[in-house]
Write a protein that binds this ligand. Structure first.
Ligand code: NAD
Length: 456
């Protein structure tokens, strides 16, 4: 029997004991996870440095601290979330009371990408544990160092019949997908998302797909250009642009374009110095394949800032590219790197026409001081989530669900949304035996008039 089959069977047997459903058990395991993360902080940071050259600050802000916040929030609220929720019963069911119970799905498969390799493997796990499930995590083969520490951390702290890490590439993922899981949580590309959904459909397994796409960033003439430039460059350079919600391309009102480009160039220098390639805090591109792909995307348009790169360490400087058209190769795929193409518009409708040409993005950012325009953009575009006058930060809160729509994904998580994602909602109506209203039972004689009064 292959390893994955064996582990799944073990987890299924453990799930059937009902131990993972116990609230005390769930809280204890969340605390174990928290302790393990804190104890391994140094090694996690080293792994992230090796895989992506992330600085300790960036590693803590976007991976370790992010995860700890998620765990703490979940521990604080879980007792409230697990309580059956009493809801109204309608008059036609009188006398009765109605409750929504949450129950875990069973054995979960979490497939993670390489760009935030620690956090994106373990944040879903927090929700899976909180909801009472067992989990198998398949981290990315590209972020080897982080996958190794994930494996070690889980092996040393959890029984494999409860949580296991299975390492490997697409072949391993496909072997796992041949098996029946009770829920699949996938984070990665649109192309692989389709493969996951197809595989899941064979077993009618529900899925959450956290995917990517081209997230636009719109800057209008009323925006605070200095702040916009600072926040756009911050969001685009974080993890060297290898962020699913990074502003992919910029749409700026024509009369503000030069000013914005100049300010953004200034901020690149302020953040990373005149030679970002040697800046110790600036992340690298994950591998040669992506590095070469990005270099090719730089070939069209005019580079107005940046453009430097080094094969040796696979660094590419934050790069602003002007003179790009919708037909340019850089506008045909998710960039997923530190390249920012700039397009201009004369009025907001032109900008929205561009946005709405593409599949629904994971994120949208609008920089404006005009409340009407803010409302107009929110009401006339569909996107997973986003910010007004900032980038990225909407996902860094447990108070809002995070996820895509259309091609950028389905389902959401973070905070309570994670608990909900990994819980089935079981609706139960409790009927009283004291009274049995005869209306619903045949033979139906003159009851239609009465029924119409009750059901309207
Ligand atoms: P990817 O889709 O190539 O890989 C993701 C995972 O799927 C990896 O673990 C990989 O081993 C596995 N995989 C690859 N091919 C497979 C196959 N044929 N069958 C089964 N599994 C397979 O994505 P990536 O390159 O690791 O990550 C980048 C993508 O992820 C970008 O598109 C980015 O926008 C997206 N992303 C989305 C989010 C989000 O929260 N929505 C977060 C991070 C990244």
């Amino acid at each position: 029997m292959c390893i994955s089959k064996k582990v799944i069977q073990k987890q299924r047997s453990f799930f059937e004991t009902g131990k993972s459903k116990d609230i005390g058990f769930r809280i204890e395991k969340l605390k174990t996870l928290k302790k393990a993360v804190i104890e391994n902080e140094k090694e996690i940071m080293e792994a992230l440095k090796n895989d992506l050259n992330k600085s300790p600050f960036e590693s803590y802000a976007t991976e370790i601290g992010f995860l700890l916040e998620e765990i703490n929030y979940t521990i604080k609220h879980i007792s409230k979330w697990v309580k059956p929720k009493k809801v109204k019963s309608s008059l036609k069911h009188f006398p009765s009371s109605s409750y929504i119970y949450t129950e875990p799905y069973g054995v979960i498969l979490i497939i993670a990408p390489w760009n935030y390799p620690f956090q994106l493997a373990l944040s879903p796990l927090v929700g899976a544990i909180a909801a009472g499930n067992c989990s198998i995590i398949k981290p990315s083969e590209y972020s080897q160092h982080t996958s190794a520490i994930l494996d070690k951390l889980i092996r040393e702290n959890f029984d494999e019949s409860f949580i296991t890490v299975v390492r490997g590439g697409r072949e391993v993922a496909q072997k796992l997908l041949d098996e029946k899981f009770d829920y699949i949580f996938f984070t990665g590309s649109v192309q692989v998302g389709k493969i996951i959904m197809e595989a899941a459909s064979k077993h009618l397994t529900p899925v959450t797909l956290e995917l990517g796409g081209k997230s636009p960033c719109i800057v209008d003439e009323t925006a605070n250009i200095d702040l916009a430039a600072k926040r756009i460059i911050w969001g685009k350079s974080l993890n060297a642009g290898q962020t699913c919600v990074a502003p992919d391309y910029l749409l700026v009102q024509k009369n503000m374009k030069d000013k914005l480009i100049n300010k953004m160039s200034e901020y690149i220098t302020k953040f990373y110095g005149t030679d970002p390639l040697t800046n110790k805090q600036y992340p690298k591109i994950i591998n040669e394949k992506h590095f070469n792909r990005l270099l090719k995307l730089m070939e069209n348009g005019n580079i107005v800032c940046g453009g430097q790169y080094t094969d040796e360490t696979m660094h590419i400087a934050p790069t602003i590219i002007d003179g790009v058209t919708l037909e340019s190769p850089i506008m045909q795929e998710e960039i997923f790197g530190p390249l920012l193409p700039v397009l201009e518009f004369e009025n907001l409708n032109q900008a929205l026409t561009v946005v709405n040409k593409y599949p629904k993005p994971l994120a949208l950012y609008l920089f404006t001081n005009d409340k009407q325009k803010e409302k107009y953009v929110i009401n006339n575009t569909s996107f997973g989530g986003g910010c007004i006058n900032d980038t990225i930060i909407h996902l860094a809160t447990p108070h809002m669900p995070f996820g895509g729509v259309g091609e950028s994904g389905m389902g959401a998580y973070h905070g309570k949304a994670s608990f909900d994602t990994f819980s089935h909602k079981k609706s139960v109506m409790k009927k009283s035996n004291i009274l049995d209203v005869p209306l619903k039972y045949p033979p139906f004689e003159d009851d239609l008039r009465l029924l119409k009064k009750v059901m309207k």
